[in-house]
Design a protein around this ligand. Structure first.
Ligand code: S3P
Length: 414
């Protein structure tokens, strides 16, 4: 079996959430093409509808009309989506909208203090279950402030930027390590009062943004699964077209290249300020590398699939400074270590990452996904290295980000 073909992928999840939220700040109809078809982005769309921001969806195209927000009559259910709760909490705080947020079991176990503390500093009244969902916001007079987050998180940064649109005075954010910067890039492109010059500065949004049409570039985090398959199965060659190539998001491809993998970018262009290109990935012998803290934000969602990649390298790969992985959709350090060990791989768990000792002959087994879409997809790809395939305890969780995953994998497997 080998991996080959030319594919286009559904739109980037992070940009899809943001496109919907930024459209809500316009004064007319926006059309968003190639939006992520995953359940997470639907959570954002449904929560916005409950706040009076109406939209219609036909396959991967959404028409959404910005304008006045209303107070939701029921709690906003963010499902599994950390981006929905954290960004919407900022957006609604800036809009002065009182709301309560709930989520599924996984989201209810994820820390919210990282947004609660800065929002309280801005003057938002917040009730939560000791820093976890359910969380209620009651924005009164919101004030701008200078914020230097202790955790590298684009969700926290974007939350505070959106709250800053409704604040008196300027909001200034200083990041120690740069995280994905879609909010900054796209908001600037849409003419919002955002500037970036070392620090991110946000001023009150005194008038609505102009309605926009946008095509969301393919999701590089989804692309990483197929790129890994192409990189570890001899004779493979795969081109993934129109993929988001924002430097804060393509750490996976940089890592693959450093490991000796075949990676070539072509046809670079911009879409709504974001860099987009076609990436060609092909099999080549791999070596192990060290992934350190400053690289982590650009590969944060790809670390589980990088673990699979690393099992096929010549020499160990170590990942450190990635303790944030423990508070994602599941504890991804534990999930990767347990499942890879069950497949016969050699992996050492660390508090802030893991070390993989190849070469590993992997065996198919039963996989515990912990309901986490990225664990499910990573171990489906790992199954390609076995004589059969892995059996997942929950296939449906893949729909959280990438319902098309299995059909695309089938199409490129020859
Ligand atoms: C996201 C930021 C990252 C990432 C998540 C999406 C975003 O989370 O893991 O999948 O869209 O801003 P953190 O900001 O918590 O690191």
């Amino acid at each position: 079996m080998k991996i080959s073909g030319n594919i286009n992928l559904p739109g980037d999840k992070s940009i899809s959430h943001r496109a919907l939220m930024f459209a809500s700040l316009t004064n007319g109809e926006c059309v968003i093409h190639n939006i992520s078809t995953g359940e997470d982005v639907e959570s954002t769309r449904k929560c916005l509808a409950q706040c009076g921001i109406q939209s219609t969806k036909l396959e991967n195209k959404v028409k959404i009309t910005g304008g006045a927000f209303s107070i939701p009559s029921r709690p906003l259910d963010c499902g599994n989506s950390g981006t929905s709760i954290r960004l919407l909490a900022g957006l609604l705080s800036g809009k002065g909208i009182t709301a309560e947020f709930i989520g599924d079991d996984s989201l209810s176990m994820r820390p919210m203090n990282r947004i609660i503390e800065p929002l309280i500093e801005m003057g938002v009244k917040i009730d939560s279950k000791n820093g976890y969902l359910p969380l209620a916001i009651k924005p009164e007079i919101v004030k701008g402030f200078s914020f230097s987050p202790s955790i590298a998180s684009a969700q926290v940064k974007s939350c505070i930027m959106l709250a800053g649109f409704g604040a008196e005075g300027e909001t200034i954010i200083t990041e120690k390590v740069k995280t994905r910067d879609h909010s900054e890039i796209i908001l600037k492109e849409l003419g919002a009062p955002v500037s970036t010059n070392g620090k991110i500065k946000v001023e009150a949004l005194s008038t609505s943004l102009q309605p926009f049409n946008m095509t969301i570039p393919g999701d590089p985090s989804s692309a990483a699964f197929f790129a890994t398959a192409a990189a570890i199965i001899p004779n493979s060659s795969l081109t993934i077209k129109n993929i988001l190539a924002n430097p804060t998001r393509i750490g996976f491809f940089d890592v693959l290249k450093k490991m000796g993998g075949g990676v070539e970018w072509k046809n670079m262009h911009k879409e709504c300020g974001e860099l987009v290109g076609d990436v060609h990935v092909y099999w080549a012998p791999l070596n192990g590398i060290d992934i350190t803290a400053e690289m982590v934000p650009s590969v944060i969602d790809e670390l589980p699939i990088i673990a699979i990649l690393a099992t096929q390298a010549d020499g160990p790969t170590s990942i450190s400074g990635a303790e944030e992985l423990r508070v994602k959709e599941c504890d991804r350090i534990k999930a990767v270590c347990e499942n890879l060990t069950a497949m016969g791989g050699e992996i050492i768990e660390k508090k802030d990452g893991f070390i993989i000792n190849p070469p590993s002959r992997l065996y198919n087994t039963n996989i515990k996904t912990f309901g986490d879409h990225r664990i499910a997809m990573s171990f489906t790809i790992a199954g390609l290295l076995t004589e059969s395939s892995n059996i997942l305890d929950d296939e449906d969780c893949i729909n959280i980000s990438f319902p098309e995953f299995n059909s695309v994998l089938h199409k490129i497997s020859q």
